[in-house]
Design a protein around this ligand. Structure first.
Ligand SMILES: C[S@@+](CC[C@H](N)C(=O)[O-])C[C@H]1O[C@@H](n2cnc3c(N)ncnc32)[C@H](O)[C@@H]1O
Length: 361
């Protein structure tokens, strides 16, 4: 630091500020590793059960090594994720919602699933920067589908049916009466399954081209015991173009697709003239500069390079939208080109980074 501060034209305070930021990011990544371990070893759940407790009591309760636990507990307290009073550590009810309970929109723990596997992609990405070619969701093995399911599953399970769908005019009435429903980019079918369970008169068809996600989807559907939910590999079984669907969903998937324009046309061709498409996508600003002020802006760009834009560039004709690549005006323009004439934001739905829309032919 002393050399730079002595150099003409270098502002030492700015050097320090940038260094602090850089260390904050490596700190975030390192602490993410500890959160991953906490999840993988069941430590948050165990702390909720056994806390307040000392590291010795925690070791006795979990059967894990006291010295390692002590370091983890102190580190998690330093990170502000768990509470301590002296040598007693505990998990607050609020932290329980974020780090243990996966049936609440507050859940964040799924973001840390498969942390080591997902970060291996950084070895592949230099080549992507050279060639332009991204990686599909399946290129990294089954980890991505698992992480996406745990990341997005809590909202899909706990808010899609109860909070979101009722805010779309006329949608719940269709589902109650018995609708043919499609879910494009259904992933592990958590959303499809929730809709099928809530609306037994309806029949839900999920479409995805990730074999790992589809395998998870089939297991999820089987373990939920829902007979009115089915999934299809859209590469082998494209969405039927017969205007037979009453409702379509797309939950956080358009910006990941190589050709969202073609997906939109496929949904248009599948929907009845009075059908409704419920769309969830990242609430991207019209002007990218707004991302500089967004508290999650840097993270969204990182997700884009790690997963979303990479997926959207995984074929040579990919449009490469990426995580923050589908602001409202672009979405609406593309929907119009695909043959939709009516579209709007769903009012009264809040999310830290998603926006909600519906479109009709
Ligand atoms: C971020 S995930 C969302 C999954 C799911 N909707 C959810 O909410 O958990 C995006 C999904 O889009 C799928 N996808 C990407 N391109 C696709 C395409 N062309 N056709 C069908 N699915 C696609 C991916 O395989 C992935 O499962």
């Amino acid at each position: 630091m002393t050399t730079e501060s002595a150099s003409p034209g270098i502002n030492p305070e700015r050097v320090e500020e940038i260094a602090t930021r850089a260390f904050t990011y490596i700190g975030g990544a390192a602490v993410s590793g500890l959160i991953y371990l906490g999840d993988r070893l069941g430590l948050y759940r165990a702390l909720a059960q056994h806390g307040p407790c000392t590291s010795e009591e925690f070791a006795a309760a979990t059967g894990l090594n006291e010295r390692w636990l002590r370091e983890w507990l102190r580190g998690q307290a330093a990170a502000g994720l768990i509470d301590n009073s002296g040598e007693q550590f505990s998990l607050s009810p609020e932290a329980y919602l974020v780090l243990v309970d996966e049936n609440t929109p507050a859940s964040a723990i799924g973001a840390f699933d498969s942390f080591p596997e997902l970060n291996r992609v950084f070895d592949e990405l230099p080549e992507a920067f050279r060639t332009g070619q991204g990686l599909t969701y399946d290129d990294g093995g089954p980890a991505t589908a698992r992480q996406v399911e745990r990341l997005l599953g809590p909202w899909n399970r706990s808010a899609l049916v109860s909070e979101a769908l009722p805010k779309v005019p006329g949608l719940v009435e269709k589902l109650q009466a018995g609708a043919r429903v499609g879910d494009i980019g259904c992933g592990a079918a958590v959303g499809s399954t929730a809709v099928a369970q809530a609306f037994p008169n309806s029949e839900v068809h999920g479409y995805d081209n990730s074999v790992h996600a589809l395998e998870r989807a089939r297991n999820n559907i089987a373990s939920a015991g829902v007979a009115n939910c089915h999934v299809h590999n859209s590469d082998d079984e494209p969405i039927p173009q017969d205007e037979s669907f009453d409702v379509f969903l797309v939950l956080d998937a358009l910006h990941d697709m190589t050709r969202p324009d073609l997906a939109m046309r496929a949904v248009r061709g599948a929907l009845k003239p009075d059908g409704i498409w419920f769309i969830v996508d990242v609430d991207a600003p019209e002007d990218w500069h707004e991302n500089l002020q967004h508290p999650l802006g840097a993270m969204l760009y990182a997700f884009s390079i790690q997963a979303c834009m990479s997926s959207a560039l995984s074929s040579p004709d990919g449009l490469g939208l990426g995580t923050v690549g589908l602001p409202e005006s672009k979405l609406f323009g593309m929907l119009r080109e695909a043959g939709f004439t009516r579209m709007a934001r769903v009012p009264g739905l809040e999310h830290p980074f998603n926006a909600y829309y519906y479109a009709q032919p």
